[in-house]
Design a protein around this ligand. Structure first.
Ligand code: UDP
Ligand code: MG
Length: 318
């Protein structure tokens, strides 16, 4: 390993934030300088304004500043991923570039991590965003994510979080999934906590997201839950549903037979909703179980072709 590695890597994804970069850089420097050994990685996620020129200037004047420029806009999650992949620090802190997160919180979040946690998540307790398009959807989303993942955080969407680098190296991110890192990490056994952080209104540039993101997040939540709970045994969920619909098919079939042969009140074939239901459920049963078997084959290919184990080891003494 590189012996010159800094202790801490700050990861900042950004898209068209030309007016925020310099003040952000100054605030990070003020919060960390002299007391900490760190690097800052800015990821320019396909900006079309002067962001990259400003980043280049910073890089030329400060060796702590590293810059990644994407060929086009790949999204905040991909940008964070690139930062995590390049980070050399043992502690990684991510934050937004728009000055809504406060760099003055970085030392606090690192201190919390050093109390023995693997992930510390920021909680924007007092939040300065649009009430209807951001605050309400995120209230609902946070409640759902906490319920479904079993990880009790108030604010999954806050970018300001600190991570131990070994936790991140095990996690691959897709879609809008950076907010699920605490959940994914906790499922592999990481210790997670949160601290209240400062949140400020955006004063320059424009917000990049609207209501659409909430729907993406909900779809990602389904994926995450499925992968987290069933990725090594998909037949349990597909097969489980298959068995349920098999039971339904048997019951409604039995009622149809009873109507036809025992009580004389049977309906014409094409008029009996229960008969239609029975036929549909039989089809669903077969489909679901076959889908489960296909998923089982996919899972085996996934794990075996990439020699991905179905477990996570923390330490190995041998
Ligand atoms: N961002 C990015 N790529 C995108 C969209 C946003 O890197 O495709 C950055 C953006 O520049 C900012 C952060 O992600 O630093 C959060 O974006 P924004 O402030 O628009 O979202 P919000 O604060 O509402 O979560
Ligand atoms: Mg913002």
């Amino acid at each position: 390993m590189d012996t010159n590695s800094p202790d801490i890597t700050i990861v900042v994804p950004l898209l068209n934030e030309q007016d925020n970069i310099k003040p952000l850089y100054e605030q990070i420097t003020k919060a960390l300088d002299s007391k900490h050994d760190y690097e800052v990685i800015f990821i320019d996620d396909g900006s079309t304004d002067d962001s990259f020129d400003i980043l280049t200037q910073l890089h030329n004047s400060d060796t702590k500043v590293k810059v990644v420029k994407f060929r086009r806009n790949f999204g905040q999650t991909a940008a964070l991923s690139a930062g995590f992949d390049l980070a050399k620090g043992k502690i990684i802190v991510a934050l937004d570039a728009d000055l809504q997160n406060d760099p003055a919180d970085i030392p606090k979040i690192i201190d919390k991590l050093n109390e023995g946690y693997d992930v510390v998540s920021g909680w924007r307790k007092v939040r300065h965003d649009h009430a209807l398009t951001r605050l309400l959807p995120s209230l609902i989303a946070n409640w759902l994510i906490a319920r479904i993942t079993g990880v009790k955080l108030h604010d999954f969407g806050c970018t300001l979080k600190a991570y131990r680098s070994d936790i991140l190296s095990e996690i691959n991110l897709y879609g809008e999934m950076h907010r699920f890192i605490p959940a994914l990490a906790s499922w592999s056994g990481a210790k997670i906590t949160e601290i209240v952080v400062n949140h400020r209104p955006r004063t320059a540039g424009v917000a990049k997201y609207g209501l659409m993101r909430t729907f993406k997040v909900l779809l990602d939540l389904i994926t995450v839950k499925f992968l987290g709970s069933y990725s090594t045994k998909p037949i349990y969920i597909f097969g489980g549903l298959g068995i349920l619909s098999g039971i339904g098919a048997t019951l409604s079939g039995a009622v149809v037979l009873y109507q036809k042969y025992i009580s004389a009140q049977h309906l014409a074939m094409n008029r009996n909703p229960l008969l239609v239901l029975a036929a549909m459920l039989v089809t669903a049963t077969i489909q679901l179980i076959l889908m489960g078997l296909l998923a089982e084959m996919l899972v085996r290919t996934y794990h075996e072709s990439q020699s991905r184990p179905t477990y996570v080891i923390k330490e190995l003494l041998q």
